[in-house]
Write a protein that binds this ligand. Structure first.
Ligand SMILES: CC[C@@H](C(=O)O)C(=O)SCCNC(=O)CCNC(=O)[C@H](O)C(C)(C)COP(=O)(O)OP(=O)(O)OC[C@H]1O[C@@H](n2cnc3c(N)ncnc32)[C@H](O)[C@@H]1OP(=O)(O)O
Length: 304
């Protein structure tokens, strides 16, 4: 086969591989098309706060800020809807490499807005709100971006659950993660229990949930819930810069390669072996012979 023919063949294979990956993602997320429209209308009835998104084209790092300072960044209903929209926007950010999730005004997030919770406390609406947030947080964790929760101040209840929907958790020296659900006669509902077990193991998850334990930086690192402690206090102002600096070690290189790395890790984490191997082959096919691969081959790199 001529070189041209071989290249055309590889291009066709790559295109079909990308179509398969997109279909797998759609299938994987198909169950997460989300609950009935009615819960959206109910959530919209509880306005307040915002979810801000700043995409830094140059660094490839997005900063997603949970902002409701008057309520310790508690999630109003409209913020839950905004979070979904921001995550959908990041799903198609082709230049993206990473996303940092933070709270405004030096604290992370104190979970659901209790005023909204009281108003939708019936089991049906409560379960629909949970399904809505589970879908959004599953998509956040499945973003083809390396994600990090930057925990300043407190991450309580649903806020603690939000930290588990990121690949990494960085905490300031005075930060606290606390699954307070038991104190409210609840269990996590946004998927936090399922993800926590996968992060720290079932015994540690049981301790944190049944004891509603306050996780400080040292305890968090010892348990494997916290990946790095920033030796600065909440609200000092340069915590985001420290977080970006920590991330930089993992996002050197072109965005397509970083996104491919995250995709193969997602499939290894979530899929049965045979399907994970297939996804890995398909993702490999999208970067094999790509610009970064050809450039590296031309440079004959030495990995000292
Ligand atoms: C699936 C989980 C999900 C659910 O079940 O739906 C949940 O997340 S339920 C909510 C879980 N979260 C909490 O229970 C946290 C409640 N808040 C606190 O424990 C404290 O506020 C704090 C976060 C520890 C901070 O305490 P402190 O520093 O003393 O400040 P204040 O308590 O005075 O708070 C300032 C201001 O913010 C309001 N606030 C705080 N958290 C929430 C919240 N989750 N919902 C609504 N409003 C909240 C608080 O009421 C104060 O406002 P004002 O009273 O108007 O001053």
């Amino acid at each position: 086969m001529s070189v041209c023919g071989a290249a055309r063949c590889r291009l066709i294979q790559t295109r079909s591989a990308v179509r398969r990956i997109l279909q797998q993602n759609r299938t994987a997320c198909s169950h997460t098309n989300g609950p009935a429209e009615s819960i959206r209308e109910k959530l919209q009835a509880f306005p307040g706060g915002s979810i801000e998104l700043q995409k830094q084209q140059e660094s490839g790092i997005a900063v997603l800020t949970v902002s409701n300072p008057a309520r310790m960044n508690a999630f109003s209903g409209s913020m839950m809807l905004e979070l979904e929209q921001r995550v959908l926007e990041l799903e198609t950010w082709t230049e993206g490499k990473a996303v940092i999730v933070q709270g405004a005004a030096g604290t992370f997030c104190s979970g659901s807005d209790l005023n909204a919770v009281r108003a939708i406390a019936n089991p049906h609406d409560g379960m629909q709100m949970c399904e809505f947030m589970q879908n959004t947080l599953t998509r956040l964790l499945r973003l083809p971006l390396i994600s990090m929760a930057l925990v300043e101040g407190r991450a309580l209840g649903g806020g603690a659950e939000l930290t588990t929907a990121c690949d990494f958790r960085l905490m300031t020296s005075d930060g606290v993660i606390q699954f307070v659900h038991k104190h409210m006669g609840l269990v996590p509902g946004w998927g936090g229990a399922a993800r926590l077990v996968r992060i720290v193991g079932s015994q540690n998850a049981l301790k944190l949930l049944s004891g509603a334990k306050k996780v400080d930086p040292d305890f968090g690192k010892q348990m494997g819930l916290v990946d790095e402690v920033l030796h600065c206090s909440s609200g000092e102002g340069d915590t985001l810069a420290h977080a970006e600096q920590w991330l930089s070690q993992f996002i050197k290189g072109p965005a397509p390669v970083i996104q491919a790395v995250k995709k193969v890790v997602i499939s290894g984490r979530e899929l049965p072996l045979e399907q994970a191997l297939e996804t890995e082959r398909n993702v490999f096919g999208t970067v094999w012979g790509g610009p970064a691969n050809l450039e590296a081959l031309a440079l004959k790199p030495k990995h000292k």
